[in-house]
Design a protein around this ligand. Structure first.
Ligand SMILES: Nc1ncnc2c1ncn2[C@@H]1O[C@H](COP(=O)(O)OP(=O)(O)OP(=O)(O)O)[C@@H](O)[C@H]1O
Ligand SMILES: [Mg+2]
Length: 246
């Protein structure tokens, strides 16, 4: 087991956003989180990576239990070293080049030597098909290209798991494919990924299982194929029907 989480709870004012989420990921799992808007998908990812502080919950990584509410700075750093996050809007540094965006976390964060960091960055930028744009700035790239740089940046830190929050939903339709294709390659290579997505093609054909959330709860977790062909829960069935109608 690469990661497990137990009873994650989060409340904003009087709104229960996560009502006791359990999650298990094995090495190489690609799990798509599906669910209606407001069901708590983003909040779940953010709590797992301490971008948001959960009210309750235990995260277990590499055999160590971490209290999501009480985690110390040191524990948070340790978790973040094993994880990476890819955001909907890429979050690249606008005043840094493509190469600098990828090396920065390595030289500053991981204290890697510059030449070593650049070699790693180059390797990852090659993987996502962006090695010919090293000196470009984000504003000189398409959204799909920026997101591929963001993925290279995530990969460069050699995480055990990558969290993606709707990585293609800010993109024009014609640019979605290039990002999904990079993610598909990563899945085939065995990268462990937890992906909030509205891309049903990805959920159906790339992810190994589906975590379906509604109202702050996990309604169903099932192998992807089974989820789409034989959803167990009434709310899952309704969700799939609503997608098919779109
Ligand atoms: N910082 C915050 N303060 C108050 N309420 C919040 C905050 N962040 C999220 N919420 C609320 O928590 C609920 C869940 O939000 P979340 O962003 O996790 O949903 P989501 O499933 O990712 O939705 P979407 O598909 O629209 O991205 C929503 O009702 C949202 O308004
Ligand atoms: Mg969201």
């Amino acid at each position: 087991m690469i990661l497990s989480a137990h009873n994650i709870r989060k409340r904003f004012a009087d709104l229960d956003v996560l009502k006791g989420i359990d999650l298990e990921m094995q090495q190489g799992d690609v799990v798509a989180i599906l669910g209606p808007s407001g069901s708590g998908k983003t909040t779940l990812l953010r709590c797992l990576n301490f971008l948001e502080r959960a009210d309750e919950g235990i995260l277990t990584m590499d055999g160590a239990d971490i209290d999501l509410h009480r985690a110390t700075h040191r524990e948070i750093v340790r978790v973040r070293r094993k994880t990476a996050f890819v955001f909907q809007n890429y979050n690249l540094f606008q005043n840094k080049t493509v190469l600098q965006n990828v090396t920065l976390g390595l030289t500053v964060g991981a204290r890697m030597r510059r030449d070593e960091a650049e070699a790693t960055a180059l390797e990852m930028l090659r993987k996502v098909g962006m090695a010919d744009r090293l000196k470009h700035y984000p504003s000189q790239l398409s959204g799909g290209q920026q997101q591929r740089v963001a993925i290279a940046r995530a990969l460069a830190t050699k995480p055990e798991i990558i969290y993606f929050d709707e990585p293609t939903s800010a993109l024009d339709p014609e640019l979605i494919g290039e990002v999904l294709s990079v993610m598909r390659d990563l899945a085939v290579e065995g990268m462990t990924m937890l992906v909030v997505t509205h891309e049903m093609d990805f959920a159906r054909n790339v992810s190994s299982s589906i975590l379906f959330m509604d109202g702050g709860e996990v309604i169903e977790r099932a192998p992807s194929r089974q989820f789409f062909e034989q959803p167990r829960e009434a709310r899952s069935q309704e969700f799939i029907r609503s997608i098919l109608q779109r």
